[in-house]
Design a protein around this ligand. Structure first.
Ligand SMILES: [Cu+2]
Length: 406
C-alpha cells in the first residue's frame, strides 16, 4: 500500500537532482531553441532524469493515493474514491499465487440446489455460514476467470429462512483470499445490510445477528469497496424469507441469478481473462450468464404437468434483466420479489432490476426444451440463457404441428 509514496519520493528525488544539475551547468538565460538544443547535446543525463521524473509522476496518480492500481489512470467518485480498478499489488499477488489458487471444476451454482420449504410453525434462531473464497474457473470451455465467490459457486448458495426468524450469519474469508470481503443482504434492516459489521480479512470470521422482518426473495452480495468490482467477480446470491403462512406447494423449484463478467479479452478469447474495469464502467460486459457460466447442458428437468417455481435474481452490475421463458407464460409473477397480494398473472416477460429478484410460477403442459433468456436478446450471444427440459406425453390439444396438405 506504500507503493504510491515510494514512487512519488523517487520522482521528487529525480526531479531535484535534475534541477540541481541544470542550475550547476547552465548559468545564463538561453533562448528556448538554444536551450533545448543545449540540453539535448550537452545535458542528456539531465533530460533523461527529467523525463524519468515525469514518467514516474504520471504513474503515481493522485486520484487514489492508497493503491497504485491497474489501470493507473482510472478515477472514481464512489464513496471513498476507490476506483473500479484492481490494486496493482493484488494483481502481482494474484499472478504470483496463480498456481496455488483453487481451480473449481464447475463455478455455476446448481439451479436445483434450492433449500426445502420450511414446514415449522414457530420462529427459530437460524445459523448460516458462508465462506468468501477467490477461485479460478471456466466461464466457457478454455475461457478462465478469477471468480470471487461465496462457498465456491456463482451465485453463492440460495439461503432460506422464515419471516420472523432470527438469523445468525457467520462470514469467513478463506485464508487464500487476496481481498477483504463482507456481505450485504437486502433482507436485513440495519447499516449496510450487514456489510458494516462483516468486513473480514483473509482468514478472519465475523458473525452478526438480524431478524427477518419482511417476506420476499432478496439479493445478497459483497459490498466491500469497490462494490461493483466484487459483484462483477461473481460475489452475489439470493435469500428467500418465506412468509409466515409459507408459499403454495409446487412440484419443482429452481434457483437462477443473472450476472455480468467483464474481461480484458473480447468475447470468446481463450485463456485466463483478467477483469476489465473500463468495460464495467462502460456497461459493456463480455459475458452475461445465468448461474456464473455459459451453459453446456440442461440442468433443470421437469415432467409434463409439473408446477414450476423459479427464483430468479440479477446480480448486476449494470443491466436490467428482461426475464422470459421461450414457449411459456408465467401464470404468476411476484413482482420484484414481493410476496404480497399484488401478484401478476399471465405475464410473458418480467423485469428484474440490478440487485433485485423475482419469483415466477407456471405449469408445463407440453414436453420439450424451454430456453430461459434475458429477452434483450443480443445478450444470448454473451451467454444469457439456460434450458429447462420437460419430458412426458405430447399434449396435442395445447400444441401440435400440422401436416402440410400438399
Ligand atoms: Cu468481496
Amino acid at each position: 500500500m506504500f507503493t504510491f509514496w515510494i514512487l512519488r519520493g523517487l520522482a521528487l528525488l529525480l526531479g531535484i537532482t535534475a534541477l540541481g544539475l541544470l542550475l550547476q551547468r547552465t548559468g545564463i538565460v538561453l533562448s528556448c531553441r538554444r536551450y533545448v538544443n543545449q540540453c539535448w547535446t550537452q545535458h542528456k543525463r539531465v533530460v533523461v532524469l527529467l523525463l524519468g521524473a515525469g514518467v514516474v509522476l504520471m504513474l503515481t496518480t493522485l486520484t487514489y493515493p492508497i493503491h497504485f492500481a491497474l489501470p493507473p489512470s482510472m478515477q472514481s467518485h464512489a464513496p471513498g474514491s476507490m476506483p473500479a480498478s484492481i490494486p496493482l499489488w493484488n494483481v502481482v499477488q494474484f499472478l504470483a499465487h496463480l498456481g496455488s489458487l483453487e481451480c473449481v471444476e464447475d463455478i455455476g451454482a446448481d439451479p436445483r440446489a434450492v433449500p426445502p420449504a420450511i414446514t415449522r410453525i414457530e420462529n427459530e434462531t437460524v445459523s448460516l455460514t458462508l465462506v468468501a473464497k477467490e477461485v479460478i474457473a471456466e466461464v466457457a470451455p478454455c475461457i478462465l476467470f478469477n471468480y470471487w465467490t461465496y462457498n465456491e459457486t456463482t451465485p453463492g448458495p440460495m439461503l432460506r429462512v422464515k419471516e420472523g426468524d432470527t438469523v445468525e450469519l457467520t462470514l469467513t474469508n478463506d485464508p487464500s483470499s487476496l481481498h477483504v470481503h463482507n456481505i450485504d443482504l437486502h433482507s436485513v434492516t440495519g447499516p449496510g445490510g450487514g456489510a458494516s459489521v462483516t468486513n473480514v480479512l483473509p482468514g478472519e470470521s465475523k458473525t452478526f445477528r438480524w431478524q427477518a422482518l419482511a417476506p420476499g426473495i432478496y439479493e445478497y452480495h459483497c459490498a466491500m469497496a469497490n462494490v461493483s468490482v466484487h459483484n462483477a467477480h461473481g460475489q452475489y446470491g439470493l435469500i428467500l424469507v418465506e412468509p409466515k403462512e409459507g408459499l403454495p406447494l409446487v412440484d419443482r423449484e429452481f434457483y437462477l441469478v443473472q450476472g455480468e463478467l467483464y474481461t480484458q479479452g473480447s468475447l470468446g478469447a481463450k485463456g485466463l481473462q483478467l477483469f476489465d474495469a473500463q468495460s464495467a464502467l462502460d456497461s459493456n460486459p463480455s459475458y452475461v450468464t445465468f448461474n456464473g457460466r455459459i451453459e453446456t447442458a440442461p440442468r433443470m428437468y421437469a415432467k409434463v404437468g409439473d408446477r414450476i417455481r423459479l427464483y430468479v435474481g440479477n446480480g448486476g452490475i449494470n443491466l436490467v434483466s428482461s426475464f422470459h421463458v421461450i414457449g411459456e407464460i408465467f401464470d404468476v409473477v411476484y413482482p420484484e420479489g414481493s410476496i404480497g397480494e399484488t401478484m401478476l398473472t399471465d405475464v410473458q416477460t418480467t423485469i428484474i432490476p440490478a440487485g433485485g429478484a423475482t419469483i415466477v410460477e407456471f405449469t408445463v403442459e407440453v414436453p420439450g426444451k424451454y430456453t430461459l433468456v434475458d429477452h434483450a436478446l443480443a445478450r444470448m450471444n454473451k451467454g444469457a440463457w439456460a434450458v429447462l427440459e420437460v419430458t412426458g406425453l405430447d399434449n396435442s390439444s395445447v400444441f401440435q404441428p400440422v401436416e402440410s396438405q400438399d
